[in-house]
Ligand binder design. Structure first.
Ligand code: GDP
Ligand code: MG
Length: 221
C-alpha cells in the first residue's frame, strides 16, 4: 500500500508561507495576534473586553475562526470591530494560507491590529504557524494547573500566556505558583498575565503588553 506523508510536506511549505505573510504584514506595519486555547477558556470574552479598551487607540480587525458556528463572530461584530467569520470545514486549526485568504476577505489596509481567534483546542493550532506577529495562549482557571504537563508544545510556542477567569480562583484547586513554574520550565521567555474579563483585574497589564508589542512591530516596519 502506498503511503504519503502529507503532514510533513504541508508543514514545511506552511512555514514558508507563514514567514512571507509575517514579512508582508510587518512591511505594512500591521500586527497580527494569534489567540489559541481550549474551547470555552474565554478567548471571545477577553477579546471583546480588549477591543472595547483599545478601540480608541487602534483600528482593530478580527478573524473569528470556527469549525462551523457563527456566535463568536456575531458577538465581535456587535462591538463595531471590523470582523469576519471563518469556517474551517472541520479543520481543527488555521494555517498560513487560510489566514492569508481570510485577511484578503477582511480587508486589512486600514487596520493596525488584527486578532485571529483560532479554533478551540490546544493541539493543532500549536503546530501551524499562521504568519502571526505574536502567538498568545489563553488558559482559564477551571481547566487546571496541570495543562502545561498535558500540552507542552502550545506553551513552548506561545509568546504570551493569558490566564483567564481569575475571579473563579477560590472555587478551584488551581495552584498559580505551580502552574507558572511549569510554564516557565517549558518556556522561560513567555510573558504571563493573570486576568479576569469579568472583574477587569489584570486587563491593564495585558493591554500594555499589546501596546508595547505593536509599537515594536511598527518600529521594524
Ligand atoms: N467567571 C468568568 N467567566 C468568564 C470569564 N471570561 C469568560 N468567561 C465565561 O466563560 C465562557 C466561555 O467564554 P468564551 O469567551 O466564549 O470562550 P472561548 O470559547 O474561548 O471563546 C462564557 O460563559 C464566559 O462568560 C472571566 O474572566 N470570568
Ligand atoms: Mg470563542
Amino acid at each position: 500500500m502506498k503511503t504519503i506523508e502529507l503532514h510533513k510536506s504541508v508543514t514545511a511549505s506552511n512555514d514558508k508561507d507563514a514567514e512571507e505573510l509575517r514579512n508582508e504584514l510587518r512591511d505594512k506595519g500591521i500586527f497580527l495576534a494569534n489567540l489559541m486555547s481550549s474551547a470555552g477558556s474565554g478567548k471571545t470574552t477577553l477579546l471583546s473586553k480588549t477591543i472595547l479598551d483599545l478601540k480608541e487607540e487602534y483600528r482593530i480587525g478580527v478573524l473569528e475562526a470556527d469549525i462551523e458556528a457563527d456566535v463568536d463572530g456575531k458577538a465581535i461584530e456587535a462591538l463595531g470591530a471590523k470582523s469576519i467569520q471563518v469556517h474551517t470545514d472541520g479543520m481543527c486549526h488555521m494555517d498560513a494560507g487560510m489566514t492569508r485568504t481570510s485577511l484578503e476577505e477582511l480587508g486589512i489596509e486600514d487596520l493596525d491590529i488584527i486578532f485571529l481567534e483560532n479554533i478551540g483546542n490546544l493541539i493543532c493550532p500549536a503546530e501551524y504557524d499562521t504568519g502571526a506577529s505574536k502567538k498568545v495562549m489563553i488558559l482559564s482557571i477551571p481547566e487546571g494547573d496541570d495543562k502545561p504537563l498535558k500540552y507542552p508544545l502550545m506553551f513552548q510556542e506561545s509568546d504570551a500566556l493569558v490566564i483567564t477567569k481569575i475571579d473563579t480562583l477560590e472555587y478551584f484547586d488551581f495552584d498559580m505558583d505551580k502552574c507558572i513554574e511549569r510554564v516557565k520550565y517549558l518556556n522561560p521567555n513567555i510573558a504571563i498575565f493573570k486576568t479576569s474579563a469579568k472583574s477587569g483585574e489584570g486587563m491593564q497589564e495585558w493591554e500594555d503588553w499589546i501596546r508595547k508589542e505593536v509599537k515594536e512591530w511598527k518600529n521594524h516596519a
